[in-house]
Design a protein around this ligand. Structure first.
Ligand code: SP5
Ligand code: ZN
Length: 336
C-alpha cells in the first residue's frame, strides 16, 4: 500500500496544552509520526510517497481566505514563540483584526488547548497535501491509500482551529473527490469531528458518519449528539453515533455496523474517506474505548468489505508506544 507523508509535518512542535487551567504535555507529539513509520518499516510492505504541495484552491475549497492568511501569518513568529488563544469572541464575532494581534487569535479558534508556532502552517499544509495526494492516487487507480496526516484535521472548521487541528485534511480530500462522485466519510476517532460535520452539514453529496465518545462526557462537548442530522439539502446526511466511554469493542462493532447500514440506505458512495482516529485504542491517554491490536485488524477488515475506493487519513491516537502497531494492524486487516 502507498503511504503519503512528508517530513515537513514534523516541524510543528508544541510542548504544552492547557486543560483545566493547568499546562499538560501536548498530546499531538512528533513521536507519533516515528511510531507509525517504524511499524511500516518493520512490516516492509508499505511504500512511502512524499506528496507534492497541494494547490491553494484545494485549501480554499474548504477554508475561508482570511483564516488561511491568519494561519500563514504565524510563520512570522520567532523560534520558541507560540500563540495560545485564550479569549474567544462568543457573543459578537467581529475580528477587528487589522492589525492582527496574537491576543485576538481566539477569533479563529475554539479551544485553548491548541497553539500555533512558526512551522505550524508548513506542517499543516504538508499534512493536507498528504491527504490530497492520497485522494488523487485512489481516484486514479482505485487502490486504497493511507495518508499519515499529522497535524490531524477533523476538528478544524472552515474558519477555526482546535483539537490539535488547523486544516481539515478529510474535508479537503472530500471536496476533491466529490467532483467525480458521492463521498461517505466514516470518522472513527474517539472524538466527534465537529469541523468536518460543520463543513458538510448542508451537503447531500458528502455523507458524514461519526462514531465517538458521547459529548455529554467527552471533548468537544458541544457537538456530536444524535439529533444533529444536517440542515437544508444535508438533512439525513449527517449521522452521529455517540457511545459511552469504556464501552466494549463488541458494543463498538455493533454500533458501527448499525451506523454503516443506516448510512448506506441513504447513500451508496463512490468513495469512502476514513477519518482514522486511533485514540479508540486501549490505554490511550485521552481516549477510552479499549480497542486492542486485534480489534483494529477486524475494524480494517470490516471497512474493506464495503468494497469502495477508500482513502484512509490519520486523525488522533496518542499512545505513542502502541500507535504504529495499531495503525499497521488496521491496514493489514484492510488489505486481507
Ligand atoms: C484529533 C484529536 O483527537 N483531537 C483531540 C483533542 C482533544 N483535546 C482535549 C483533550 C483534553 C484531555 N486532557 C487530559 C489531561 C490529563 N492528562
Ligand atoms: Zn481524537
Amino acid at each position: 500500500m502507498k503511504i503519503f507523508y512528508s517530513s515537513l509535518q514534523k516541524k510543528h512542535v508544541i510542548k504544552k496544552e492547557v486543560y483545566n487551567g493547568k499546562a499538560h504535555s501536548y498530546n499531538d507529539k512528533v513521536s507519533r509520526i516515528d511510531s507509525i513509520l517504524k511499524a511500516f518499516k518493520i512490516a516492509g510492505n508499505y511504500e512511502i510517497v512524499v506528496p507534492d504541495i497541494l494547490p491553494y484552491d484545494a485549501l480554499l475549497s474548504v477554508h475561508d481566505e482570511d483564516y488561511l492568511k491568519f494561519l500563514e501569518s504565524a510563520q512570522n513568529l520567532k523560534n520558541d514563540e507560540i500563540i495560545c488563544p485564550y479569549v474567544f469572541p462568543c457573543d459578537n464575532r467581529i475580528s477587528r483584526h487589522e492589525p492582527f494581534i496574537p491576543k485576538r487569535a481566539g477569533y479563529y479558534c475554539f479551544d485553548a488547548g491548541t497553539s500555533l508556532m512558526n512551522h505550524t502552517w508548513s506542517a499543516a499544509v504538508a499534512s493536507a497535501s498528504a491527504a490530497y495526494s492520497a485522494a488523487m492516487h485512489t481516484k486514479k487507480t482505485g487502490e486504497a491509500t493511507y495518508a499519515l496526516c499529522r497535524p490531524p484535521g477533523h476538528h478544524a472548521s472552515k474558519n477555526m482551529f482546535g483539537g490539535y487541528c488547523y486544516l481539515n485534511n478529510t474535508a479537503i480530500a472530500a471536496k476533491y473527490l466529490v467532483r467525480s462522485g458521492n463521498v461517505m466519510i466514516i470518522d472513527f476517532d474517539f472524538h466527534h469531528g465537529n469541523g468536518t460535520q460543520s463543513i458538510f452539514y448542508d451537503s447531500s453529496d458528502i455523507f458524514y458518519l461519526s462514531i465517538h465518545a458521547h459529548p455529554k462526557i467527552e471533548y468537544p462537548y458541544f457537538t456530536g449528539f444524535e439529533d444533529e442530522i444536517g440542515i437544508d439539502d444535508g438533512v439525513n446526511y449527517n449521522l452521529n453515533i455517540p457511545l459511552m466511554p469504556l464501552c466494549s469493542p463488541k458494543e463498538y462493532f455493533i454500533a458501527l455496523q448499525k451506523g454503516i447500514k443506516k448510512a448506506f440506505k441513504i447513500m451508496d458512495p463512490d468513495y469512502i474517506i476514513l477519518s482514522a482516529g486511533f485514540d479508540i485504542e486501549a490505554g490511550d491517554p485521552i481516549g477510552h474505548f479499549n480497542m486492542s491490536i486485534d480489534d483494529f485488524y477486524i475494524l480494517g477488515k470490516e471497512l474493506k468489505l464495503l468494497n469502495k475506493p477508500t482513502i484512509i487519513l490519520q486523525e488522533g491516537g496518542y499512545l505513542v508506544a502502541e500507535l504504529g502497531k495499531n495503525v499497521e494492524s488496521f491496514l493489514n486487516g484492510f488489505q486481507s
